[in-house]
Design a protein around this ligand. Structure first.
Ligand SMILES: [Zn+2]
Length: 230
């Protein structure tokens, strides 16, 4: 039998190998006129539009935004109009490669509108949704794929802890204003610890998303997360 090494896996992003520049794509989505805010060097004030019918995705995406607000000088709020800087959408059929969870645009691309598309055909756990959302938001903030497998920005999710590592933080610091307490050491990106933290300190924007009527649409039936074996 072929020996396999289980990589729990989420093909987190956009392309099939590390270091390839993601996100040069466009589509027929409502505009996000506030996307220029994402290339601002100062503090970020981001409107986030939740154009998804998946409540679990919307909620974990909101937690991912809270995570980024703990790393960068960033505040965010939910909007339902073209003032958005980031827009979460359900990607259309045929838009993804097999097992691809999500795609994000890259801010240096001419077509950039701050769009992050998740694949409705792939069912994920809450933890996987959170980690995938943090990864994809990392792209719209200007992070490319890392060649380090322990980095959150690695193109696959492997077993083991994930970090925003020193290289990720250095890149972020060239584009955005980091909060002082996050400088230096790698930052663990943990769904469990972040949920414990955010249950007490969840932002008002996060709580607002959890009450959004637009997230009350059809929910996908739960299926076990897809595991890829290499
Ligand atoms: Zn990616």
């Amino acid at each position: 039998m072929m020996k396999t090494r289980a990589i729990v896996c989420i093909l987190l992003a956009c392309v099939a190998k590390a270091n390839e520049l993601p996100g040069r794509w466009s589509g027929d989505y409502p505009p996000c006129d506030g996307h220029a805010e994402l290339v601002s060097q100062g503090g970020l004030e981001l409107g986030v539009r939740f154009s998804t019918t998946r409540r679990d995705l919307a909620e974990e995406f909101a937690s991912a935004m809270d995570f980024w607000a703990s790393i960068l000088d960033l505040e965010w709020h939910a909007v339902d109009n073209s003032s958005c800087a980031i827009q979460l959408v359900d990607g259309p059929e045929g838009f993804f490669k097999p097992a691809q969870v999500a795609r994000a645009q890259f801010p240096d691309a001419p077509s950039f509108q701050g769009i992050i598309a998740f694949n409705p055909a792939v069912s994920l756990t809450r933890s996987e949704l959170f980690l995938a959302a943090v990864h994809e938001v990392g792209h719209v903030l200007g992070l490319e794929h890392s060649s380090h497998s322990s980095s959150l920005m690695y193109f696959l999710r492997t077993d083991g802890p994930l970090f925003l590592d020193e290289a990720d933080l250095q890149t972020l610091a060239t584009r955005h204003k980091l909060r002082l307490r996050t400088r230096g050491a790698p930052v663990l990106v943990s769904f469990k610890s972040f949920q414990q933290l955010s249950s007490a300190n969840r932002s008002e924007s996060n709580r607002q998303v959890r009450r959004l009527p637009s997230a009350n649409g059809r929910f996908p039936q739960f299926h076990p997360p897809r595991h890829l074996h290499f």
